[in-house]
Design a protein around this ligand. Structure first.
Ligand SMILES: Nc1ncnc2c1ncn2[C@@H]1O[C@H](COP(=O)(O)OP(=O)(O)O)[C@@H](O)[C@H]1O
Ligand SMILES: [Mg+2]
Length: 149
């Protein structure tokens, strides 16, 4: 099983979309193993978005992500990293398919509701920024025997 990092961004929290995001993860059969509501400080935001430093959207992105509370999650399941990226949709909500979170709830690229790790390396790196080992819960969902063959 893979564990990936997903976060409801401040616009998602302010718009009351935490529940919808969580529901989509749960309904797909993925397991939330850590979850935390927090306000990201500037230093953490810089670390999280280090790959985008120097891009024209970098400063607005840091302002956006530090502007209000976020809900950070660790999500586990078979192929969780790519499945969560699919559930989230394309970066620009205008390119995101209906049925995805960004395609159903977003319009502007700078207000795209959720963040999701895009690879095994970023998942590990991002999870380590937001969670310590004691933040994870070890359990399995009762229906996993029926979700996995
Ligand atoms: N051209 C852009 N203009 C404004 N914001 C952007 C732009 N590109 C990316 N962003 C913001 O930066 C975040 C990180 O970008 P990126 O890693 O490319 O996308 P993703 O979040 O899909 O992995 C995006 O989710 C979005 O909030
Ligand atoms: Mg990214």
């Amino acid at each position: 099983m893979e564990t990936t990092f997903l976060m409801v961004k401040p616009d998602g929290v302010h718009r009351g979309l935490i529940g919808k995001v969580v529901s989509r993860i749960e309904e797909r059969g993925l397991r939330i193993v850590a979850m935390k509501m927090m306000k990201i400080d500037r230093e953490t935001a810089e670390e999280h978005y280090a790959e985008h430093e120097g891009k024209d959207f970098y400063e607005p992105l840091l302002e956006y992500i530090t502007s209000g509370p976020v809900v950070a999650m660790a999500v586990r399941g078979n192929s969780a990293i790519s499945l969560i990226r699919d559930i989230v949709g394309e970066t620009d909500p205008q390119d995101a398919s209906p049925g995805t979170i960004r395609g159903d709830f977003g319009i502007d690229i700078g207000r795209n509701i959720v963040h999701a790790a895009d690879s095994e390396e970023s998942a590990e790196r991002e999870l380590n920024i937001f969670f310590k080992s004691q933040d994870y819960q070890e359990y399995s969902r009762v229906e996993e025997n029926w979700i996995y063959e």
